[in-house]
Design a protein around this ligand. Structure first.
Ligand code: M6R
Length: 601
């Protein structure tokens, strides 16, 4: 049997990309639970294990914590124990204050400032009859919020229980070994087979095997699924960082994603229920998402409105869920997410469903909550995205949104089949253009060398270029810590231009020919105020002498429709952010303060 501490440490390392500030494990060592935990990264854990001795055993739990309630500290790190129970918890217990009061009255005291410790106490409280399953069932009935829990009861050595609601948790099923994890890479080197838990289902794992129970404690059978990810996809494979590897993968994953949707040269969504009839009848489209996925939604909005003349609103999920949106059964709500586990996007999905809207998920992780709970689901095939900064997931999201735009336009009688076919063929040319940007990465490296010491910069653009500016700016700030803002080029003079002074870089995305002249005027305006202009444009775009300081020309042979240029252009923006981050001595894969999946509000 494998050494549990090693497996736990390795699994936590595989999920390091999700972001954390403390770590810990608890292992049954000769029938007794031994916990080792510490503030800091896994290397601090490794040092502590070396100092204190690694717990020896075959069964245990581990967790990397991203602080929400209580600062990062040894005490607040997981696992938490109280009474006879030790747990790890991913998520947020919203009613922890009232539960704490209840438990305090019952005589419990607490050592940490976390919401998670409350769960350990509550489990202990309901463990009066020494029935772990009953204790878990009673406990989850009391919890509000989100949780994925790994649980050890000291009276049941070498047995792990787990349950979840709202937070991801999957069960890896090897020959005679089992794993619980938030994501597949944690156990991919041992098995590709896994089972999913529905909300409040419970799994028990011990020497006799794995058993699943529903919320009433009734045994349930689970289907085993097989991951289509392989271990190489979840490794750096010679690249210095996951982010660079994932940028390089874009041409391939875009084609893969297109291939999964395009049949006989045209996009076909009928198998998931996104029929021409539905597209014809829909009155409005909402795209709801967070961060980069939301910016992909803005590209999608421009494409769908341009092509299909149907109104599209892009909403930030954390706003949508609380704004009492005017959304109903005539509307299509598209939830875009890499992880499929983003808390605000999940809540928006539930809200849209409750209002009778049709919901469509565009999600990269097929076992995720958003993918599973939407009426319709398109699986983007980016493969595992490990770097915190999203790159290839964005590209496949916009590729899918283009295909939706083409089909929408066809379904609504705005374009004929031939035009849909032509546009789809055009989209297949985008990966070549992305490849070309990657081959000419030196130019992005040069731009990065000019940005490395700046304190603030701006991105501007119009239309699709504005959508890209938003994404380019987010990418740059999240991994370089340089302050950056993106503006619709025409909006700058309504206030923000007062911030422009000598040598402030303004990265101008100027690929869209229909607004080029207007964008050029905006470039002139900031140039006149001393800005350094970095222009990203189609090859052969001419600017008046003295306007542009650095020009990055996209070599797309004039073939690609302007509408599709976000695919190669974003690659240039990603590379600029990546190289700037590296030059500043930052690890672009794990920027400070960020988590890969934002499973809390
Ligand atoms: O998993 P999701 O696509 O739902 O995540 C949404 C955002 O949290 C995510 O895109 C975030 O903005 C990235 N760090 C951007 O690189």
């Amino acid at each position: 049997m494998r050494d549990c501490a090693d497996v736990l440490m390795d699994g936590l390392e595989q999920l390091e990309y999700r972001g954390y500030d403390s770590a810990g494990i608890a292992v049954f060592e000769k029938g007794v639970i031994r916990t080792v935990k510490t503030r800091g990264k896994l290397k601090c854990m490794a040092e502590k294990l070396a100092d204190e001795g690694k717990p020896e055993g075959f069964c245990g739990i581990g967790h990397t914590r991203w602080a929400t309630h209580g600062e990062p500290s040894d005490i607040n790190s997981h696992p938490h124990s109280n009474g006879r129970v030790t747990i790890v918890h991913n998520g947020i217990i919203e009613n922890y204050a009232e539960l704490k009061e209840f438990l305090t009255e019952k005589g419990y005291s607490f050592v940490s400032r976390t919401d998670s410790e409350i769960v350990a106490c509550l489990l202990d409280y309901y463990y009066a009859e020494r029935d772990p399953l009953r204790a878990i069932m009673e406990t989850v009935r009391e919890l509000r919020g989100s949780y994925a829990l790994g649980i050890l009861f000291k009276d049941f050595p070498d047995r792990v229980y787990a349950t979840r609601k709202g937070s991801p948790l999957i069960v890896g099923i090897g020959g005679s070994e089992y794993f619980i994890a938030s994501d597949i890479p944690a156990f991919l080197k041992y098995t590709k087979n896994y089972a999913l838990l529905d909300d409040d289902e419970i799994v028990a794992i011990d020497n006799s095997g794995v058993r699943f129970f529903d919320i009433h404690g009734i045994a349930v059978k689970k289907q085993t699924q097989t991951a289509d990810w392989n271990i190489e996809q979840a490794q750096k494979c010679g690249f210095p960082h996951y982010m660079l590897k994932e940028i390089y993968e874009q041409p391939e994953v875009v084609v893969k994603t297109l291939d999964s949707i395009v049949t006989d040269g045209v996009p076909d969504f009928s198998d998931i229920g996104l029929t021409d009839e539905l597209m014809r009848d829909v009155k409005r489209v909402f795209v709801v998402a967070c961060g980069t996925a939301m910016y992909a939604g803005i590209v999608g909005r421009y494409a769908v409105e341009k092509m299909a003349r149907v109104p599209v609103t892009v909403e930030i999920a954390s706003e949508f869920r609380y704004m009492d949106p005017i959304v109903g059964e005539d509307d299509l709500v598209i939830l875009v997410s890499q992880s499929g586990e983003t808390a605000d996007t999940i809540a928006s999905l539930e809200l849209a469903k409750s209002r009778g809207a049709k919901t469509l998920a565009v999600v990269n992780v097929k076992y995720s909550a958003i993918a599973r709970n939407s009426d319709m689901y398109i699986h983007t095939l980016a493969g595992p995205e490990i770097a915190v900064a999203s790159t290839k997931a964005y590209s496949v999201q916009i590729a899918v949104l283009y295909l939706i735009a083409f089909r929408f336009a066809y379904a609504r009688g705005i374009i004929l089949e031939n035009e849909m076919r032509r546009l789809t063929a055009q989209l297949y040319k985008a990966p070549e253009a992305i490849r070309d940007v990657i081959e000419n990465k030196d130019e992005c490296q040069f731009i990065a060398s000019q940005l490395v010491n700046v304190e603030t910069l701006f991105f501007i653009g119009r239309g699709f270029d504005y959508a890209l500016s938003l994404e380019g700016s987010l990418k740059l700030k999240e991994i370089t810590y340089i302050h950056s803002e993106a503006y619709a080029a025409g909006e700058l003079k309504h206030g923000t231009i007062s911030l422009i002074e000598r040598n402030i870089p303004v990265i101008t995305v100027a690929t869209q020919r229909n607004v080029l002249a207007k964008t050029v005027s905006n470039m002139e305006e900031v140039k006149a105020r001393g800005a350094t202009i970095i222009a990203i444009c189609r090859k052969g775009t001419e600017f008046a002498e003295g306007t542009v300081d650095i020009k990055l020309e996209l070599n797309i042979g004039g073939e690609l429709d302007d509408m599709l240029l976000p695919l190669p252009t974003v690659c240039a923006l990603q590379l600029i952010a990546y190289y700037t981050s590296v030059l500043r001595g930052i690890d672009p894969d794990k920027p400070r303060n960020l988590a890969k999946s934002v499973t809390t509000e």
